[in-house]
Design a binder for this molecule. Structure first.
Ligand SMILES: Nc1nc2c(c(=O)[nH]1)N[C@H]1C(S)=C(S)[C@@H](COP(=O)(O)O)O[C@H]1N2
Ligand SMILES: [Mo]
Length: 455
């Protein structure tokens, strides 16, 4: 019985189609254990007679023949003393049973360890906040743990008085805290070529969402007496060896949304995410969120920096490139059930996922389980915030037949997330960046879920 597979703890076999090297197989097999836990959790609820939906209770017989030893035998933790406070060293860590929930490097994607990507385990996360230790990473030249007492932030260019700030000086200024998503422009890149990487961690895991705390950049520009009328652009520069420089339009800065951040999810930024200072540019692709931020220069034209002239451009069907395509457009993905997961039995499942738009708030998310023929509107969990992740949920009773699960988001500008057909009609097939097409997960009759594209 499939059910016994779960309780014996056997690692379920990964689908064959994406396995080429042994190393890859291991990584993806490990990645699957977290999702098995999700399904095991559902069984535990059913066994305890909790208020689970009927379909689930009927679909999954309760394994209590002879009595459940987990109830009958009083466990050690009910009889003895637990561990003392701060015995974990003073900074709490997740349960050891959650050790499989990790950000992961894609073995197929990058050969070096420094100029690299790690993907967030979207299939295992709840709500809209990404735990800082699971935030995706994109380093063009490796990360640093920079001494904040030695870090300096300069404002120069078209300003009355060029200024240099210490981190302490920035932290004395009026601060704001806001929830925003950051998505790498290359998120979902492999799918342009219909590569169909196996899990949502690899298709969509270059997105995360945090509460960021810092000082609006406009405050710092004003302190330097920036020419806000003629200075139409700002160049932001990072302090790591990647020479990351990006042009930020002044219009975004004037809105007050662009932040020089030091805080993330209630504590200082993590080193991997730019400690001690990073730029937060809501709605804009990740590359402009310059980490280890050391300088902004006010100018009157776009800078065409190397990461704007060689990378992060979109090759169009007519052979020209789109440049400065900054905003991440409306997009969504079902995170459970999703590729690599296995449904153990027919019956009730909570379908859940994430939606976002670089232009504002999510207005609605529709979900289809028949490949886009019929759609039902999902529940949006609150808060629904501008330029932040929005969590959606919808009920589904699986009848055991093949199904194709999709989500389609609409933002408050009325923009509707496109199908692959619609996206390719405009953008062709040779892009790397800015793929916001509808994702399809095929649920096979044996319960295994695969990444597919509908033509
Ligand atoms: N200084 C610096 N800033 C940087 C980068 C970098 O390599 N160096 N990578 C950029 C890219 S391409 C992305 S997608 C985001 C990733 O941010 P994260 O690592 O905090 O997820 O940071 C951006 N800012
Ligand atoms: Mo990126």
């Amino acid at each position: 019985m499939k059910q016994q597979d779960i309780h014996s703890g056997r690692v379920q076999k990964a689908p064959e189609n994406f396995l080429s090297k042994d190393g890859i197989k291991t990584v993806w097999a490990e990645g699957r254990q977290g999702r098995r836990d999700f399904i095991r959790g559902a069984f535990a609820a059913a066994a305890a007679g909790a208020a689970v939906p009927m379909a689930m209770a009927q679909g999954n017989p309760v394994p209590t023949e002879g009595g459940d030893p987990n109830i009958l035998n009083l466990p050690e933790h009910s009889k003895a003393l637990g561990q003392g406070v701060a015995s974990d060293g003073g900074y709490g860590k997740p349960s050891k049973f959650e050790a499989n929930i990790q950000r992961r490097r894609s073995p197929g994607l990058t050969q070096t360890t420094q100029a690299s990507v790690s993907f967030a385990p979207l299939q295992s996360l709840f709500g809209i906040v990404t735990p800082s230790g699971l935030h995706f990473e994109r380093h063009h030249q490796g990360w640093w743990d920079i001494d904040p007492s030695k870090h300096r932030f300069m404002v120069n260019g078209m300003v009355k008085t060029p200024k240099v700030f210490t981190v302490d000086e920035i932290m004395r200024l009026p601060s704001v805290s806001r929830f925003h998503f950051i998505e790498c422009g290359a998120n979902t890149a492999a799918e342009w070529g219909n590569v169909a990487v196996p899990t949502v961690q690899y298709t969509h895991g270059m997105i995360s969402c945090s509460e960021f705390t810092g000082v609006p950049l406009i405050t710092l520009l004003e302190l330097a007496g920036a020419d806000l009328r003629n200075g139409k652009f700002v160049l932001a520069e990072g302090g790591d060896g990647s020479s990351m420089t990006r042009t930020i339009p002044m219009s975004l800065i004037l809105s007050g949304e662009v932040i020089v951040a030091y805080g993330q999810n209630g504590e200082m930024l993590r080193p991997e995410n730019g400690y001690p200072l990073r730029l937060v540019v809501p709605g804009v692709q990740g590359v402009s969120w310059v980490k280890y931020l050391r300088r902004v220069e006010v100018g009157d034209k776009p800078y065409a920096a190397k990461d704007e002239a060689i990378h992060y451009m979109d090759l169009q069907p007519d052979g020209t490139h789109r440049q400065y395509t900054n905003l991440q457009e409306c997009k969504s993905v079902v995170t459970t059930p999703s590729g690599g997961q296995v449904l153990l039995d027919k019956g009730f499942y909570n379908v859940t996922g994430l939606a976002w738009s670089g232009k504002g708030k999510i207005k609605k998310v529709d979900v289809s389980v028949d490949g886009g023929r019929n759609w039902r509107q999902a529940r949006l969990e609150t808060p629904v915030l501008s330029k932040a992740l929005t969590r959606f949920n919808i009920d589904w009773v699986w009848d055991g037949k093949a199904a194709i699960i999709q989500s389609r988001a609409t933002d408050d500008t009325g923009f509707v997330q496109p199908t692959y057909q619609q996206l390719r009609a405009v953008r062709g097939t040779r892009s790397i960046y800015h793929n916001n097409a509808i994702q399809s997960w095929l649920v096979q009759e044996n319960g295994e879920i695969k990444n597919v594209q509908l033509s």
